[in-house]
Ligand binder design. Structure first.
Ligand code: PLP
Length: 369
């Protein structure tokens, strides 16, 4: 249970004993097994104090019980694997491509039926809630930055037993808490803003439903999806500065979004904080901050957009997001992303100086005309 502001919580939570002589940080405990008749037996099921520190930190931020996984996709898979065969799953029309591919694979195997729902169409989600066993939402979405009306969707009458899960990776627990809106599961790729340094893979689920917690715990144990000690330790260490990093990065993102919006070589900018963004009004209600992710379309061809990525220097031409360093790539190259404009570039804004970022971006846009 969170008793402090989230900015203090990320710094203080999951510190361990606090007894004289204890280390200030829970160290990476490199152990698969433990002496019998204690609390821990084998790490694949129980984890270690290192795992517990990360789970305490993220669970407190989301106000639920967290489970750490070896990657974001391992956490996603645990949610999908716990569905009975034949379940109906609703996913957004714009969604992390790994989830789309997981759904395609599951549908081909006959494990579940998948329905794609327009993320901004709240009525369509309300209808889907009457038929689907799992509503899988992602808000803001990757990479169109569409914001879903989570309070309305979570409150909609559901098919009995249906659950709502929200991929909260882009918002972070600092900007949005889906469990407060009535979601059953929150999922994070801790690889991104929680870890924050592009040096680890980890995932998290958080739920305030004990039965769901037990099912996800079982899926993690049987699927063998426990994260390694070192990654878990790094994720906690990275999370200590999440509030600070996010504050800087989202200030930068807001400024870059405004400047890109005025640039002659850019046709569309998608950032939930821009008043003209299609779901800006929903974003104002559901988010505490507009985040550090944006996407924009360049003028010209897909090849030109790629050339912009090759030309930037301070910004890395790389996939992934949520690090202290800015990264950018063209997203239509990813599998399952046929709905995207070919010149769409996704920019994960980091903690560099905003004028340096702008100089880098505007130089790349000018020299590739
Ligand atoms: C990266 C990402 C994932 C998958 O997480 P991994 O840690 O790469 O397995 C899921 N959802 C979103 C929104 C992501 O950005």
């Amino acid at each position: 249970m969170l008793k402090r502001s989230r900015a203090s919580w990320v710094v203080s939570a999951g510190r361990g004993g606090g007894q004289p002589g204890d280390p200030l940080n829970v160290p990476p405990i490199l152990a698969s097994n433990f002496v019998r008749e204690g609390d821990s037996v084998y790490s694949r099921g129980d984890g270690t104090a290192t795992t517990a520190a990360l789970e305490t930190l993220v669970g407190g931020l989301e106000d639920g019980r967290a489970l750490a996984f070896g990657s974001g996709m391992a956490a996603v898979s645990a949610v999908f694997d716990h569905l009975p065969v034949g379940s109906v799953v609703a996913i957004p029309d714009d969604c992390y491509q790994g989830v789309v591919m997981l759904c395609d694979a599951g549908a081909k195997q006959g494990r579940f039926r998948v329905q794609q729902v327009e993320l901004a169409d709240t009525r369509a989600w309300e209808e889907a809630a009457l038929e689907a066993d799992l509503l899988w939402l992602e808000s803001p979405s990757n990479p169109l930055l569409t914001v879903a009306d989570l309070p309305a969707i979570c409150a909609a009458p559901r098919k009995p037993g249906a659950i709502v899960a929200v991929d909260n990776t882009f918002a972070t627990p600092l900007n949005q808490r889906p469990l407060e809106f009535g979601a059953d599961i929150v999922m994070h790729s801790a690889t991104k803003f929680i870890g924050g340094h592009s040096d680890l893979l980890a995932g998290i689920t958080v739920t305030n439903n004990d039965a769901i917690y037990e099912q996800l715990f079982e899926r993690r144990t049987l699927g063998g999806a426990m994260p390694g000690a070192f990654e878990t330790y790094l994720a906690t260490r990275g999370a200590r500065t999440m509030a600070l990093r996010l504050e800087r990065a989202q200030d930068n993102a807001a400024e870059l979004a405004r400047r890109l919006d005025d640039h002659a070589e850019v046709t569309v900018v998608r950032y939930p904080g821009l008043p003209a963004h299609p779901t800006h009004e929903v974003a104002k209600r559901t988010l505490d901050g507009y985040g550090a992710m944006l996407s924009f379309d360049t003028t010209g061809t897909a090849e030109r957009a790629t050339e912009v990525c090759r030309t930037v220097d301070l910004i890395h031409y790389a996939t992934s997001l949520g690090g202290v360093e800015s990264t950018m790539e063209r997203r239509a190259v990813m599998g399952g992303q046929h709905h995207l404009p070919p010149t769409l570039l996704r920019l994960s804004v980091g903690c560099e100086d905003v004028d340096d970022l702008w100089a880098d971006l505007s130089h790349a846009l000018e020299t590739t005309k």
